[in-house]
Design a protein around this ligand. Structure first.
Ligand code: ATP
Ligand code: MG
Length: 569
C-alpha cells in the first residue's frame, strides 16, 4: 500500500534519524554544562562559553521540533493517501462486483469496511508509524550510549524493562478485550439507530415509541457498562508505568550512592544517565500502547483485502462482442436458474420476443418475474440453457454495451439526493434539450413544474418527499433520456391514483413503441394490449399467448382477468 509513496517513506525515515540525533545530544550538552562549568561555579570569563551552550541548546530544541513537525505531517499524508487509495479501491470493487456479491454482503458490513476499517489504517499511520521509526532509532541510541557510559549501571537500570513490558502488555491485553467488546456493542448501537431512523414511520404507525425507548435505554446501558472498565484501566496504565520508572531511577541513585558499581561518576554524567533512562521509558510505553492499534489495523486490512482479493464476484466489462445495433430479439431456450445451489427458481423456461414486440410477465408473487429481468440484465449466470439477444449468447456480449441497450425501471425506483435534472441524467453527459424532451415524453412535466425550482429542485434522501407515482414518472424520464433498444418495466403493485395511472400508461405506450418491451405490470391496462402474455407459476411457464387467446383458454390468466372484471362490475 505504501509502495507508491516510497520517496516520502525514505524522507521521513531520514528525518526520524536526524530528530533522534538532536534529541540524544541534549542531555549530553547539559552534562557538559554541569561538569565543566556549574559544578565549580561559573567564572566571569566562562560566561561566553555558557551562553554558547545555551544557544546551541535552544537551537537543538527548535530544530528538533521543526523536523518533528515535518516528520509527522509527511507521515500523516502517507496515511491519508493510503486510505484514499483503499476507499477508492473498495468503491470500484463494489461497482464491479455482481449483484450476487451484494446479495451476500450486508450493507452495514460494507459501510464498516469502507468507513471505519479504512480509518483504522489511517490511525496506524498517524499514531503509530509517525513515532515508531523514531522510537526504534532512539532506543538503539540510548541503550548504546548508556552501555558506553557505564556497562554496570546500564545493566542495573535495564532490570525494570521486563517489569514495564510485562505489566504494560497485561494491561493492554485487558484493555483490548474491553475495546473489542465495546466494538461489538457499538455495531449493535449502529444497527439500532440506523434501523430506528429508517423505520421511524412504522414505529409511529404502530405506536411503539415507548417500547423503542426502552430498547434504546437497554442498548445504551449495555454500552455504558461495557466501556466502564476502560476508564479504570486507562487510568491505571500511566500510574503503574510512572511507579516502575521511578523505581528504575531509585535503583541508579542507590547504586551510585552506595558505590556498588565501584566507579566514581560525575554529577553531570549521573544527570545524563537518568535523563536517558527517562527518555528510554517513553518510547517503550508508547510501543506497548500501540500494539493494540497495530492489531486493530491488521485485522481491518485483512478484512478489507478479503473482499478486494475475491475476484469471483467481479463482472467483466472489457471482454465480449458489441453488435452493430441491437434490434431487440430476445430468446430464452430451456433456461434453468437458481440463486442458490439446486433451489431452482426458473425451470426450463423458453420463450421468444421478436424485435419491437411487447410482452407481459404475469404470475403470483415469487413466481420468478423479476428474476427473468435480472437475467436479461445479466446480473446472474444461468446454470442450464441459453439466453440469446439478436441470436447472440448474452454471456458473449460486452456487458457495458448490453446494459447500455437495456433500460430497466426497477420495482422500487431509487432517487438520489441530487437535483431532478441529475436524477434523470444519472451521471451521464446528456444535454438540456434531451432532458426537457424526456420529461415531456414521460408526462412528468406537470409534476416537475409544480416544484419550486423545477428541474433544479434537489430531491430529499431517497426521494422521500415524492409520491410513489412521481418517482415512477422520474424513472420513465431516465429511460426516455437514454433511449435504449430494450425496455423493461418492473412495476410495484398498485399504489398509483387514476390520473397518474393514465400518465404512466401514456409513457408506457410511447416507450414501448418500436422497442422490445417487457412488462411486469399489475395494471391490466398495460397487459391487455401487449403482443404476448407469459404466465409464470413457481418458475415455470404455464400459459403463453395474447389476451384474447388466454381469456378463451380459461386458465390462470382468464381467472385473473374475470376477477378483475367482476370487481369492476
Ligand atoms: P413479485 O411479484 O413479488 O415481485 P417475482 O415474480 O418478481 O415476485 P422474484 O423476485 O423473481 O419474484 O423471485 C422469485 C424467487 O426467487 C422467490 O422465491 C425469491 O425468494 C427468490 N429470490 C429472489 N431474489 C433472490 C436472491 N437475490 N437470492 C435468492 N433468492 C432470491
Ligand atoms: Mg418482482
Amino acid at each position: 500500500m505504501i509502495k507508491p509513496y516510497w520517496k516520502t517513506v525514505v524522507f521521513v525515515t531520514i528525518l526520524a534519524l536526524l530528530i533522534d540525533v538532536l534529541a540524544l545530544a541534549k542531555p549530553y550538552l547539559i552534562r557538559v554544562l554541569i561538569d565543566e562549568f556549574l559544578k565549580n561555579g561559573v567564572e566571569q570569563k566562562e560566561f561566553l562559553s555558557v551562553s554558547i551552550i545555551a544557544y546551541i541548546y535552544i537551537g537543538l530544541v527548535l530544530m528538533e521540533n521543526f523536523l518533528d513537525y515535518f516528520n509527522s505531517t509527511r507521515t500523516n499524508i502517507i496515511g491519508e493517501s493510503v486510505v484514499y487509495d483503499l476507499r477508492n479501491k473498495m468503491y470500484s470493487y463494489m461497482e464491479k462486483a455482481s449483484i450476487k456479491f451484494h446479495d451476500k454482503m450486508p450493507s452495514g458490513t460494507l459501510f464498516v469496511r469502507i468507513i471505519s476499517d479504512a480509518e483504522d489504517v489511517y490511525v496506524l499511520f498517524s499514531d503509530v508509524i509517525t513515532t515508531f521509526v523514531k522510537d526504534i532509532f532512539i532506543l538503539v541510541g540510548i541503550i548504546g550510549i548508556m552501555i558506553y557510559i557505564s556497562f554496570k549501571l546500564a545493566m542495573l537500570s535495564f532490570i525494570v524493562i521486563p517489569l514495564i513490558i510485562i505489566s504494560g502488555l497485561v494491561l493492554t491485553k485487558l484493555l483490548n478485550k474491553v475495546y473489542s467488546n465495546a466494538k461489538n456493542v457499538r455495531t449493535k448501537l449502529n444497527t439500532f439507530f440506523a434501523e430506528s431512523i429508517y423505520g421511524v414511520k412504522l414505529i409511529k404507525v404502530f405506536n411503539r415509541q415507548k417500547e423503542k425507548q426502552q430498547e434504546c435505554e437497554k442498548i445504551t446501558t449495555e454500552f455504558k457498562e461495557t466501556v466502564k472498565p476502560m476508564g479504570y484501566l486507562q487510568g491505571l496504565l500511566p500510574a503503574i508505568m510512572t511507579i516502575i520508572e521511578n523505581l528504575g531511577i531509585a535503583i541508579i541513585i542507590w547504586a551510585v550512592v552506595s558505590k556498588v558499581i565501584g566507579a566514581n561518576l560525575d554529577v553531570g554524567i549521573i544527570y545524563m544517565f537518568i535523563t536517558y533512562l527517562k527518555n528510554m521509558f517513553e518510547p517503550i510505553n508508547r510501543m506497548i500502547e500501540n500494539v493494540e492499534i497495530v492489531e486493530e489495523a491488521i485485522t481491518s486490512i485483512d478484512k478489507i483485502y478479503e473482499i478486494l482479493e475475491d475476484e469471483t464476484y467481479l463482472e467483466n466489462f472489457e471482454n465480449g462482442k458489441t453488435l452493430d445495433k441491437i434490434k431487440g430479439k430476445i430468446e430464452f431456450k430451456n433456461v434453468w436458474f437458481a440463486y442458490e445451489k439446486d433451489n431452482w427458481i426458473l425451470k426450463d423456461v423458453s420463450f421468444t420476443i421478436e424485435p419491437g414486440q411487447s410482452i407481459a410477465l404475469v404470475g403470483k408473487t415469487g413466481s420468478g418475474k423479476t428474476t427473468i429481468t435480472n437475467l436479461i440484465n445479466r446480473f446472474y449466470t444461468i446454470q442450464k440453457g441459453e439466453i440469446l439477444i439478436d441470436g447472440v449468447n448474452i454471456y458473449d456480449i460486452n456487458l457495458e454495451y448490453l446494459r447500455k441497450n437495456i433500460g430497466t425501471i426497477l420495482q422500487d425506483p431509487f432517487i438520489y439526493a441530487k437535483s431532478i435534472k441529475d436524477n434523470i441524467k444519472l451521471f451521464n453527459e446528456i444535454d438540456y434539450e434531451t432532458i426537457k424532451e424526456a420529461v415531456e415524453l414521460s408526462s412528468a412535466t406537470n409534476f416537475i413544474d409544480s416544484l419550486d425550482n423545477g428541474l433544479d429542485e434537489i430531491a430529499k434522501e431517497r426521494g422521500n418527499t415524492f409520491s410513489a407515482g412521481q418517482k415512477q414518472l422520474l424513472a420513465f424520464a431516465r429511460i426516455f433520456a437514454l433511449d435504449p433498444s430494450i425496455f423493461i418495466l418492473d412495476e410495484a403493485t398498485a399504489n398509483i391514483d387514476t390520473t397518474t395511472e393514465e400518465l404512466i400508461q401514456k409513457s408506457v405506450d410511447k416507450l414501448s413503441k418500436n422497442k422490445t418491451s417487457i412488462f411486469i405490470a399489475h395494471r391490466l391496462a398495460t397487459i391487455v394490449n401487449v403482443d404476448k402474455i407469459i404466465v409464470l407459476s413457481n418458475g415455470e411457464i404455464i400459459e403463453q399467448g395474447n389476451h384474447e387467446q388466454l381469456v378463451k383458454s380459461g386458465g390462470y390468466y382468464s381467472s385473473l382477468y374475470s376477477a378483475y372484471y367482476n370487481s369492476l362490475v
